[in-house]
Design a protein. Structure first.
Length: 366
């Protein structure tokens, strides 16, 4: 599907209309429960997309940082529309509390090891599949596991769910670093990955593309960087360093971010736009954030002077999300508001996940 075809389709279906939460009207979350509620609140665009999707939705890899709130948004959207279609979350589920939480919110759960080919075939076969499983941190030390998890398992899933509408989570890491004065990589730019992990991410895209073409599976490739909530993400990484007096390295001097709630809504919208050939889209915010400036802003909000080390390099990992913003409108929570929210979260002693993004990495070695 061409960019023009997609934009015309969205104009005709009004998916790009903002919801009542526009301009960040979701109140500042002050607890985990409020945060989870905010992250999973369906937007008008997500509801329009769900209205046009037929059948159940399976979220593979639901146990990660993003999966639970995405599954909840889908469930809440179906409920708001009066739909009884199932939302199924599948993962290894090393934490049984997550199973209970998802079930409590009306999401069915299935324990599965995606490295077990037969187990994949035993999964409920549904009309819509979101694939968000993967392996990143430790990729350099364990490349064979990285290739298996990021290429072999996706191939099995794409083959097993032949004919289903599919969305595969990918990453901006498939692009090379670009000059910092640019707007970032576009969807049709050459893919020139840096490092083992990024190469496997292209592999994941390619095997999904192959089976989509061979089996007639409508596909969206969803290149996300970087989603943030108040417990993890690029902004939390910077804020925690400022708060604790640790140095903030500005060699990777710029970054893109998007509120996870906005990323969730866009994932649902992109699932509805899955096509043959695949619909490929960058998902991030419109701002090109200076790491140095963000650190100083956190310094003001947290009452700490940031410790800056290094100098900005000439390139950075940046994506141009112009296509997604033309289709869906701007994110509902802007970067400035996110910075204020993260600072308030930390000042109030709320917990973080302790899972740094390592966005500072410039050589692709994770």
């Amino acid at each position: 599907m061409t960019d023009l075809d997609t934009e015309t389709q969205l104009r005709n279906t009004t998916l790009d209309k903002p919801s009542a939460r526009s301009n960040g009207s979701c109140p500042v979350p002050s607890s985990i429960a409020e945060l989870e509620d905010c992250l999973s609140q369906p937007t008008a665009g997500a509801l329009k997309a769900l209205e046009r999707l037929n059948g159940d939705i399976l979220v593979l890899g639901v146990g990660g940082k993003i999966g639970p709130s995405l599954a909840r948004m889908i469930r809440r959207g179906f409920d708001e529309l009066g739909r009884t279609d199932r939302v199924i979350g599948a993962a290894r589920f090393s934490n049984p509390e997550l199973i209970a939480s998802l079930n409590q919110h009306g999401i069915e759960t299935v324990q599965v090891d995606l490295m077990d080919r037969d187990a994949i075939d035993r999964l409920p076969h549904v009309e819509n599949v979101i694939f968000m499983a993967g392996f990143k941190f430790g990729a350099t030390q364990c490349p064979e596991r990285t290739w298996a998890m990021n290429v072999l398992a996706p191939a099995w899933v794409a083959e097993s769910f032949a004919g289903s509408r599919q969305l595969v989570y990918s990453t901006g890491c498939v692009y090379p670093n670009v000059p910092v004065e640019s707007s970032g990589s576009l969807e049709d730019d050459p893919l020139e990955p840096i490092g083992e992990y990024a190469n496997t991410c292209i592999g994941r895209e390619r095997v999904f593309e192959w089976f989509a073409g061979q089996k007639g599976s409508p596909l969206s490739i969803y290149r996300l960087n970087y989603a943030v909530d108040l417990r993890y993400g690029v902004l939390v990484d910077i804020a925690e360093k400022v708060a604790t007096g640790k140095p903030v390295d500005v060699t990777m001097g710029y970054a893109n971010v998007i509120w996870q709630g906005d990323a969730n809504a866009r994932a649902i919208q992109c699932l509805q736009l899955a096509s043959i050939p695949p619909f490929v889209v960058n998902i991030t915010g419109p701002e090109k954030l200076s790491v140095r400036e963000v650190a100083h802003r956190f310094g003001e909000l947290l009452g700490r002077k940031p410790v800056i080390v290094g100098e900005e390099g000439p390139t950075a990992l940046l994506s141009d999300a112009g296509l997604s913003q033309r289709l869906f409108g701007p994110p509902e929570v802007c970067a400035d508001r996110l910075i204020e929210w993260v600072a308030a979260w930390l000042l109030n002693g709320r917990p973080t996940l302790g899972k740094p993004t390592h966005f500072e990495v410039i050589d692709g070695r994770y």
